[in-house]
Design a protein around this ligand. Sequence first.
Ligand SMILES: [Zn+2]
Length: 127
Amino acid sequence: MEPISPLEQALHAARALVLADLVAGEVAEANVVSMVEESVVQRRWWVEQWPEGVEFVAGLLAQDVQDALLERYGRWPLCPVCEAGDPHALDVEPELGPDPHWVCHKAGVKVAAVGALGSAAGGTPSS
Ligand SMILES: [Zn+2]
């Protein structure tokens, strides 16, 4: 068996994180999952051109999927923090960096790490 390259490991992990957030938002339908797969293919090419970018893949993949969903589905993920006012989407920070988080710029808070939206939105109190 061929060892799995660090690139494939990073892409696999990024894919799993974004899918976890899609499941948490109940938008992980077949066509949405195929959008994630398309983005993984594009980011694989991108990291092959720029190997130093490998640790940014999770944040970039989340933003790719967010953009693709905005065109076809609507804002995602909706902010679970602000109860009043217009529904708005969370943003990924850093846009280009390791350890990406979903943040609400309106409330100025970090909501959850990418991949951990389920625990933020699921009503489990954080201790
Ligand atoms: Zn908010």
